[in-house]
Design a protein around this ligand. Structure first.
Ligand SMILES: [Zn+2]
Length: 303
């Protein structure tokens, strides 16, 4: 075997070897994923990131809304059933940001800007479930693993091309860069759209198991689209289109409805809790009142 085929063989063997030992199953969907990062590492990464991400935020303490975040979050956490997770639920108040996130290990943050968009507990349960779904499906670790594999593959390619004397350094660099860009587009971006759809499915199943009517799930993305005037807020960047999302949710809806029927925790949770007017002028909490229509503002559609 010559040097060239040696390095190709080594790179391929490395990738295959990692792939074989690193395939694990995603909860709910059962998809097999490529994951090189142990969950313990992701959890401690989640913990330290949580502290630093919240350091400069205004965290609600003991308010009515923060207790709703905790209660809904805990019901989703019970659905997710992750015994290694140390769950925490924080509401970042006086924020217009329409967003929520969950770090590995169950570290959740919700911004008050999201509340008029989710409107009710069921909507909040879906978005929380979606974010928790990213964490329990190890999407962050999977993404990192793909990037590591791409880097490994690129290093292998570089070694391979470098041995070919008929290519200048510049040509090698051009090929490596082109492959890198191609790999980003072909592997990493479509995967993150797949992650979004998967998190939707997991979120809808978690909410149904927690006793929230899954029919609210597609309505939340409708309201999100309306609230942002078709623009892309952070929570939806690189996400599939609303139509793709809804088609995906429709596919899983019969299963989710069945799960909801079996849930023992059912209660009326689609009642409007938050509207735009509650939050205009940097307000904190409130209830009732019709959704106020503002330019580029929150959801105006009710159930
Ligand atoms: Zn997402």
């Amino acid at each position: 075997m010559n040097t060239r085929s040696m390095s190709r063989f080594t790179a391929l063997g490395l990738l295959l070897g990692l792939g074989v030992t690193a395939c694990i199953k995603v909860p709910v969907t059962g998809r097999r994923q490529f994951n090189l990062i142990p969950d313990g590492i992701m959890r401690s990464l989640g913990e330290s990131t949580y502290t630093s991400m919240l350091a400069d935020e205004d965290i609600a303490k003991g308010s009515e809304n923060s207790s709703v975040i905790k209660r809904v979050g805990q019901r989703i956490a019970d659905s997710a059933n992750q015994k290694d997770y140390d769950w925490e639920f924080k509401l970042i108040q006086d924020s217009d940001t329409i967003n929520a996130w969950c770090l590995p290990g169950g570290k959740i943050a919700v911004y008050t800007g999201l509340l008029p968009v989710v409107q009710n507990e069921a909507g909040l349960a879906f978005v929380t479930g979606h974010e928790v779904g990213h964490a329990t499906a190890h999407h962050g670790a999977e993404r990192l693993s793909q990037q590591l594999a791409v880097l490994g593959g690129m290093a292998g390619l570089y070694v391979y091309l470098d041995k070919k004397s008929d290519m200048t350094d510049k040509q090698v660099a051009t090929v490596v860069a082109a492959v890198g860009v191609g790999a980003q587009g072909a592997v990493i971006l479509p995967f993150s759209r797949a992650h979004e759809k998967e998190a939707d499915v997991i979120g809808m199943m978690y909410m149904a198991k927690a006793g929230y009517p899954p029919e609210e799930a597609p309505k939340v993305w409708d309201r999100m689209e309306e609230a942002t005037g078709g623009g892309m807020p952070a929570i939806l960047s690189t996400h599939p289109s609303n139509e793709q999302r809804k088609a995906n949710l429709r596919e899983w809806m019969p299963k989710a409805k069945k799960r909801y029927k079996r849930s023992s925790a059912r209660s009326g949770t689609q009642q409007t809790l938050w509207t735009d007017s509650d939050f205009s002028g940097g307000g904190s909490s409130g209830s009732g009142g019709g959704g106020k229509k503002t330019t580029g503002g929150g959801g105006k559609k009710t159930n």
